[in-house]
Design a protein around this ligand. Structure first.
Ligand SMILES: *Cc1c(COP(=O)(O)O)cnc(C)c1O
Length: 456
């Protein structure tokens, strides 16, 4: 036993074998060598033969490569869910990426009035485009929609009451719960109605001298069906005006165009919310808008100006890259080119006939079949909203989950969906430039399986 331990090579020996020796700082290479040697020791303790120096230095090499690999990297989204929070939501348009790269590379007029040579405001850059695309008096961008909501509640309702329907006091996801946000903002939640039915008079009965606002929240991740009731926004607006309280509308996704034109169910638009009488409408930049992560607050000029002047606007401000990407994204809507330019809409617009041959190619590569399925809009749009699609359905020898795991081991990883024991790959959310990578990965997995490969 002890002789086996003695057979484990020294750190210097491992370093001598290291191919990349010299390209890493010495201390890092030593750390990797030590870790590899420690693993060898563990293996010997378990009764294995001592690995030779080449094996251990290969292990050290792998540790260093892992270190060099960025933690945040791209994945191929074959789930068919267009807006996946876990996969980073909306991919950006070419124009948005170019704008970000330019802003990143150089100095900018972020807070500089070029004509006057004096200090400017970063908020100025987004106002005009937000007005133009939503019809609002004014608009403000902050870090994300959660921040937008927290800020609006803090500034306008701290120490006072906010009325929310029981059917809307929900958890949006990632432990983001409306009652918690309210509490953190310093406002007091007053729940009205029941989970399935809330009427305008429920809100009316709850209004007191302490009421600061009525908050509406888009049900973006669950459905209430059957015996349900929910007042029109216009009815709440009338009530809010009558009692001099604020009407806040958290739209979640915040769509700027008609989703019905894409063959999916109608999603409330920002314009509808404002026309319906919301004082402030809040939405995300990286959901159906198809832009960078940010939270947008649009509406009444005075209210937005109050928010802009508040210290929280400084704490929650967006950076120059976000402003660059947001404006480039909004410009697509101004020019009416969102269907061609913005990936979210381009993917949603794909017809089944365009998707079928791509799904077929993957199915053939994996000796599977082509099945009709549904692509979903996902995160922050109406739950269940989506379009029919074609998927490759693959079996694999280790079941759907096993195959999905192997697909995730590809570089870049391919993320698939598992349904009734089959792995489904939806081409709608996969860039065509990745089709070959998917095909090649499937073929390689199939070959490994048929040769009895011990891929785990
Ligand atoms: C997604 C969502 C939020 C949170 O938005 P983020 O931009 O992720 O902070 C808030 N409210 C609703 C209704 C949502 O759908």
């Amino acid at each position: 036993m002890s002789s086996t331990f003695r057979a484990i090579p020294s750190v210097d020996a491992v370093l001598g074998e290291l191919r990349s020796n010299g390209s890493w700082p010495h201390a890092l290479a030593v750390e990797a060598a030590r870790t590899a040697i420690e693993r060898a020791r563990e293996a010997v303790k378990e009764g294995a033969e001592a690995p030779d120096v080449a094996t251990i230095s290969a292990e050290a090499e792998a540790i260093l490569e892992e270190l060099a690999r960025p933690s945040l990297r791209r994945v191929v989204n074959a789930t068919g869910v267009i807006l996946q929070t876990n996969l980073g939501r909306a991919p950006l348009s070419e124009r948005a990426m170019a704008a970000m790269a330019e802003a990143a590379r150089d100095y900018t007029n972020l807070e500089f009035d070029v004509a006057e040579g004096s200090r400017g405001s970063r908020h100025e850059h987004v106002r005009d485009l937000l007005r133009r695309t939503t019809g609002a008096d004014d608009g403000l961008a902050v870090n994300n929609n959660a921040a937008a909501l927290l800020m609006a509640l803090h500034v306008f309702a701290r120490g006072r009451e906010v009325i929310v329907s029981r059917g809307e006091a929900v958890e949006i996801g990632g432990r983001f719960r409306i009652p918690d946000v309210l509490r953190e903002s310093g406002a007091e939640l007053v729940e009205v109605g029941t989970t399935n039915r809330t009427y305008a008079e429920d809100y009316a009965n709850a209004i007191t001298d302490e009421t600061a606002a009525i908050l509406r929240v888009h049900r973006s991740n669950f459905q209430v069906t059957g015996f349900t009731a929910r007042p029109e926004l216009g009815d709440l607006a009338a009530l809010a005006r009558e009692h001099g309280v604020l009407l806040l509308d958290d739209l979640g996704s915040g769509c700027l165009i008609e989703t019905g034109d894409y063959g999916v169910e109608h999603e409330p638009t920002v314009r509808e919310s404002l026309d319906g009488g919301a004082d402030l409408t809040l939405f995300s930049g990286d959901k159906l808008l198809g832009g960078p992560q940010c939270g947008l607050i649009v509406g009444q000029g005075e209210r937005v100006a109050t928010l802009r002047r508040h210290p929280l606007a400084r704490a929650l401000r967006v950076d120059k890259l976000t402003i660059a990407a947001l404006n480039a994204t909004l410009m697509a809507y101004v020019g009416g080119t969102e269907r061609e330019e913005i990936p979210v809409w381009r993917m949603l617009a794909l017809e089944r006939e365009q998707l079928e041959p791509r799904a077929r190619a993957w199915a053939e590569a994996g000796e599977g079949r082509v099945v009709e399925s549904r692509s979903m809009i996902g995160g922050g749009a109406a739950p269940g909203a989506g379009r029919t699609t074609w998927c490759a359905a693959l079996q694999g020898t280790q079941g759907g989950e096993g195959l999905a795991r192997l697909l995730r081991e590809a570089d870049p990883p391919i993320v698939a969906r598992v349904e009734s024991g089959e792995t489904l790959l939806d081409p709608r959310t996969v860039a065509e430039s990745d089709d070959k990578h998917v095909t090649a990965t499937i073929q390689a997995l199939l070959r490994a399986q048929s040769s009895g490969g011990t891929h785990s």
